[in-house]
Design a protein. Structure first.
Length: 767
């Protein structure tokens, strides 16, 4: 059952952009829809033609059923729909040509055994109405279809969601480009789940999202240059340790000058001074300008002898090379962690700390070594021991640890695409594995449902073939023609108009000539029907439709019937016949929509549907209303005004509505638009009461003028109610807005002047 129409686009002018108002009740089994002429009822009925499959250019819609399944244009709706509107009449009953399409109905009074078989088969197909334990094969088939559709939607939703997750995990262009089809394709190649640990998931996520980073140079200790020869630092320090041990152990025979031995700076200063005096051949102290005593010169020479100079030169040379090595180590730096791939940075930080620690320790060790050498320079006459040897093996080990990380980084860069593709592939399989069990279950369920649908479809097809075969034996287009004629006679109260079969001969499969009825001629007596009245046209079309509901191609208990204004142009006597025909033809329908602009017909429908609690529960009431925006008019579906359901006559309702519209005018087209139609109905009804002479409205107004009523106001009322009530979708007469309030006031003024008592009763009743 259709419960609501979520949206409509490009359906005529008034339904060009419609959406369902959530405050309006859903459609029910029976739905009565009221609307004035021109409000969009026929346009709305065409939507159901489109749902049934009639193509309409650019039309878009979305309907929803009681299972919350939504159907859009070009999607098959599971229920058959019959629509009575002007299009139906044009396509089936060509009034002006006096022709109608042929239909066939079942001959219930003949071949009762076959009819019973057909009924049994139909119950197998469609179930027993009201019996929830026997819903029928078609219902089961539809249920499987709905379940399969739901499973497919859920299956697809899983892949849509996981594709978003994978796209986010992979990053880059994949975030935008990775979609459901790729996820489904890659899932199809998986035979089992392949999930990652949390650590691997984090690691591969980093790898997948990162961009390529340039290579870094590995860390290496530069060789030290000694007398034009280059030497590895570890070899140099081993040699330096050995050399220092030997030099520190040597003693120089010397006359000790205590002050010099106790003060290294003074010793170095004096030794340097002796050399300067020799260079400049000076026997006068360059500092105090006094002659240096000979004894002092002899004493200094014994203290700073050749052996002393030799050992100090060796120590100085050793210190120079040690300083070179110290600088090499001190200047050694690691690359910035930002120049490494994120996945390597944490372990790099760990190794960097160890490197810094080992470097600091090594430099401190060299510093102690240097102090020992310096101490020997002032104690050349003593044999000293090397307290701290230099060992850089741990430092070199820390460099190797760092280089392993740099090598891993460089290898990743060299093999970047392969590594990242491998990470991405692992991530895809991981995330697809998270839905593995659910998807396999969906696929299994869908396969099972498909098998059920297939087997049921074969059974249903077979039963339908059997039913149609049996129906062909007991159905007749001749009988349908007779049935239409009986109904038409009942409807019109006379046997003046009849349908006559039109047939032609065809050769059947056995080579025999057979009569084929291809339509009906509409006759008046013995002659083709001409000059049909509007009421006769309506009666012919509606009776044909009612009979058509009983053909073999439509089962009303499982179908939707839409009827648009079946009483247009009928007189009051035929109104009750039309209602009786409609009531009896649709009372067993699966879902019914009836649209009308006629208040009397609306009252008949409402009295019928309010006749029992069951009818009331299964019936909802709506209105098609129009609103205006600029020069455009659009329709909306609203609940029916309570006044329409409460007043006994349309005249009361329209009188009250006209008063409300008069008081609400604000100069806008939206407020002015509905007034002319309502004003015309009120004024026509009033004149019928005030001037009951059977003449037209113009003649009645002329008669009132002759009695002295204001001619100018009468003409204004006539022009307004007659001309402006025929506004179309092409635009609005600019005079509509300023005239509306003025002419409406004049209508009430004329009513009061012509019949004060009548006006007063109406006015009081509608306050």
């Amino acid at each position: 059952m259709i419960t609501k129409i979520n949206r409509i686009k490009n359906l005529g002018l008034v339904f060009s952009d419609f959406s369902w108002d959530s405050t309006v009740s859903n459609f029910n089994k029976f739905n009565i829809i009221y609307g004035w002429n021109g409000s969009g009822k026929t346009t709305f009925s065409r939507l159901f033609d489109a749902i049934e499959g009639v193509p309409m250019k650019d039309l878009e819609y979305e309907i929803e059923d009681d299972q919350h399944i939504k159907y859009k244009q070009q999607e098959n709706f599971p229920k058959k729909i019959r629509v009575f509107n002007q299009d139906y009449i044009k396509n089936n009953v060509r009034i002006f040509e006096g022709r109608a399409n042929s239909i066939s109905i079942l001959l219930g009074e003949e071949n009762k055994e076959l009819i019973n078989i057909i009924e049994i088969d139909k119950k197998v197909l469609n179930g027993e109405p009201g019996d929830t334990t026997n819903s029928g094969l078609v219902s089961s088939y539809d249920g499987y279809i709905k379940k399969k559709k739901y499973k497919i939607i859920e299956h697809d939703r899983k892949f849509t969601e996981i594709a978003r997750t994978i796209g986010a995990a992979i990053g880059g262009n994949a975030l935008r480009d990775y979609r459901k089809p790729q996820a489904e394709s890659e899932f199809a190649g998986m035979e089992s789940k392949i999930e990652l640990s949390d650590d691997d998931l984090a690691k591969f996520t980093l790898v997948a999202k990162q961009e390529s980073i340039p290579e870094n140079d590995t860390i290496s200790l530069k060789q030290i240059e000694i007398k034009n020869n280059k030497e590895e630092l570890i070899t140099f320090f081993q040699s330096a340790n050995d050399k220092a041990k030997i030099i520190l152990a040597r003693k120089v025979e010397s006359e000790i000058i205590t002050r010099f031995s106790e003060n290294e700076e003074i010793s170095e200063w004096v030794e340097r001074g002796i050399n300067l005096h020799k260079i400049h051949s000076s026997d006068v102290c360059e500092y105090c300008a006094q002659k240096i005593p000979g004894e002092r010169i002899r004493q200094l020479a014994k203290h700073f002898n050749n052996a002393d100079k030799e050992i100090k030169n060796e120590l100085e040379e050793l210190l120079l090379n040690i300083y070179k090595a110290y600088t090499i180590i001190k200047d050694l730096q690691l690359p910035d962690r930002a120049r490494l791939y994120p996945v390597l940075r944490d372990v790099f930080d760990e190794k960097r700390l160890n490197f810094v620690y080992k470097k600091t320790k090594t430099l401190k060790q060299i510093g102690v070594f240097i102090e020992g050498i310096k101490n020997k320079k002032i104690k050349t006459v003593e044999a000293l021991t090397l307290e701290t040897a230099i060992d850089i093996s741990d430092f070199i080990s820390s460099i190797n640890d760092v280089n392993k990380i740099i090598d891993a980084h460089n290898k990743t860069t060299l093999d970047f695409e392969r590594v990242r593709d491998d990470a991405i592939n692992k991530l895809k399989k991981h995330y697809l594995s998270t839905i593995f069990d659910e998807v396999k279950k969906y696929k299994s369920d869908i396969l099972e449902l498909s098998n059920n649908i297939s087997s049921l479809g074969i059974r249903i097809s077979g039963l339908n073939k059997k039913i149609f075969g049996n129906m062909a034996k007991i159905s007749s287009k001749h009988k349908a023609c007779d049935y239409i004629n009986k109904k038409l006679e009942t409807f019109l109260g006379r046997k003046e108009l009849t349908f006559v079969p039109q047939s032609e001969k065809e050769i059947n499969e056995n080579g025999e000539k057979i009569e084929i009825i291809n339509g009906y001629n509409i006759m008046r007596g013995e002659n083709p029907a001409e000059h049909l009245s509007e009421g006769e046209k309506t009666a012919i079309a509606f009776v044909y439709f009612v009979v058509h509901l009983g053909d073999e191609n439509f089962e009303i208990r499982d179908g939707i019937v839409v009827i648009d204004d079946p009483i247009s142009s009928l007189d009051s006597n035929s109104l009750y016949q039309a209602f009786s025909f409609l009531k009896n033809s649709v009372k067993d329908g699966f879902q019914i929509f009836i649209l009308t602009h006629n208040f009397d017909f609306l009252k008949l429908l409402m009295n019928w549907r309010k006749g029992s609690n069951d009818n009331r529960k299964k019936t909802n009431y709506f209105m098609i209303k129009n609103v205006c925006s600029g020069d455009s008019r659009c329709a909306c579906i609203d609940k029916m005004d309570k006044e329409l359901r409460e007043y006994e006559s349309e005249y009361h309702y329209l009188f009250k509505l006209l008063k409300q519209l008069r008081d609400s005018q604000d100069g806008s087209i939206e407020k002015a638009y509905p007034v002319p139609n309502i004003a015309r109905k009120v004024w026509d009804t009033f004149l019928m009461f005030a001037v009951p002479n059977g003449k037209g409205i113009y003649q009645k107004i002329e008669e009132l003028k002759s009695k002295g009523f204001n001619s100018q106001k009468m003409d204004a009322i006539y022009k307004f109610t007659n001309d402006q009530s025929h506004i179309t979708g092409s635009g609005f007469d600019p005079s509509l807005v300023p005239e509306t309030k003025k002419v409406t006031e004049e209508i009430f003024e004329m009513m009061k002047l012509i019949s004060l008592e009548h006006f007063t009763v109406l006015d009081n009743a509608t306050n």
